[in-house]
Design a binder for this molecule. Structure first.
Ligand code: MEV
Length: 435
């Protein structure tokens, strides 16, 4: 049993590792060696990674894959995907090829507003606060000039600052609800810096206003919101029903079952969560590969999926006049400048692979990755079922767990072409080979 450590962050990397090995691995040096195996031999590159976070002891690898042949608004993309789950990249590639042969993906940006809030309490007359807010409103912009001037020059900045009375929900609670256009930056630092200055401006002017001698204003916090229901991208695919006929399944039959599956995800939260999880397989993989904050995207997307009071599908589908249409609408606050974009070599590479997109272009690519993933999943689910494809991909994981040699892998892949893959089947196949 370990005891609490103090000053851990001050220890050198080697000291941290030896403390961990001693306290959590009974001093077994294999634990140390493993961490070292994952260090980068280029010490400059390793230092860069060390400095991304605190208490770094090693690197945690994820595979970076590429799904080619995405035709988006007439332009071909190869999409980088960082993800550990087998089948996802294969499914994306398959959907890309399928829709590439049927006109490709069409996308549009519906809005790009980002939100931040200053949360505060105020004990006085609400009308007086409203009046005061109207008078000091220009000061919020004046006092943030140093922060906003660059962004403003490029066409972005503060859009709106609104006083919201939230006292019906919490006693004495008010907000400055603020919207921003952060152009190609995700904008977290920009927004948070503006908000903290807004809070200061609010507090200072309040304190200097004699009408408020009897009342109190307390800033609770100032922070951006990862809920961005007005930063929305839409991606669509569409084709005639007869273009969907494939492998002996009539286009109309396929489309009707597909639309039914989407309707189920619109009304049934148990299905909607898994349905959207499949979408996020594609979304997160691209978000991660391009150095964006996938936790922010996840939180915002799921809140959006529940915006009508019940958790529902992020995609929609319909058949009209013998045309099948399938679409997704996603709230995405992404950046292609700032953050890790220039720092992490593979992020830089991924953005270069995408031809250095603007944030709006990246939103469109990410939405397409989500739509493609959902198409592939629902197509499999409503036709062959997913296990067939999944287990084939999973076979490699089982073989790797068993440390199969290249020859064993080749034999197993050949054998399971004709035989359904099961975990026990794969294990006994290798054991039989070995005996
Ligand atoms: C697995 O990672 C994702 C799926 O479950 C998504 C879905 O069910 O739509 C296949």
């Amino acid at each position: 049993m370990s005891t609490p450590v103090s000053g851990f962050s001050k220890l050198s990397k080697a000291e941290k590792i030896s403390w961990i090995t001693e306290h959590y691995f009974d001093g077994n040096l294999d634990a140390t060696a493993l961490l070292q195996t994952y260090w980068n031999s280029d010490s400059k590159l390793q230092q860069l990674h060390d400095e991304f976070i605190e208490n770094t002891i090693s690197n945690y690898y994820l595979p970076l894959g590429v799904a080619p042949n995405f035709l988006i608004n007439g332009r071909l993309y190869a999409i980088p995907m960082a993800i550990e789950e087998s089948s996802v990249v294969a499914a994306a590639s398959k959907a890309a090829k399928f829709w590439g042969e049927r006109g490709g993906f069409k996308t549009e940006i519906l809005n790009t507003k980002k939100v931040g809030q200053v949360h505060f309490t105020y004990t006085g007359d609400p009308l007086l606060l409203k009046e005061f807010f109207a008078i000091i409103a220009p000061k919020f912009r004046q006092d943030t000039k140093a922060i906003t001037s660059n962004m403003k020059k490029r066409g972005g900045g503060i859009l709106d600052i609104e006083l919201r009375d939230k006292t019906a929900e919490i006693f004495n609670y008010y907000q400055l609800h603020c919207t921003f256009n952060t152009l190609d930056a995700m904008g977290a630092n920009f927004i948070n810096s503006c908000l903290e200055q807004f809070a200061k401006t609010l507090e200072d002017n309040f304190e200097n206003d004699s009408r408020f001698r009897e009342s109190e204003l307390n800033i609770i916090m100032s922070i951006l919101s990862n809920y961005v229901p007005e930063c929305i991208v839409r991606a669509t695919v569409s084709c005639s029903l007869d273009q969907l006929t494939e492998k002996g399944i009539e286009g109309r039959e396929f489309a009707e079952k597909f639309v039914q599956a989407i309707h189920i995800a619109e009304v049934e939260p148990y299905r909607a969560v898994t349905h959207n999880k499949g979408i996020m397989n594609g979304v997160d993989a691209v978000v991660l590969a391009t150095g964006n904050d996938f936790r922010a995207v996840e939180a915002g997307v799921h809140a959006y999926a529940a915006r009508n009071g019940s958790y529902a599908s992020l995609t929609g589908a319909q058949i009209e006049d013998d045309v099948f249409t399938f679409w997704i609408e996603l709230p995405l606050a992404l950046g292609t400048v700032g953050g890790l974009t220039k720092l992490h070599p593979l992020v830089k590479w991924s953005l270069a692979l995408l031809q250095n997109p603007s944030a709006q272009e990246l939103m469109q690519i990410v939405a397409v990755a989500g739509l493609a993933q959902n198409f592939a999943a629902v197509k499999s689910l409503t036709t062959t079922g997913i296990q067939q494809g999944h287990m084939k991909m999973h076979l490699m994981n089982i073989l790797n767990q068993m440390e199969a040699t290249p020859a064993e892998k080749k034999a197993a892949v050949h054998h399971f072409k004709e035989t359904p893959v099961t975990h026990s089947g794969a294990v006994s196949f290798i054991e039989n080979l070995r005996s």
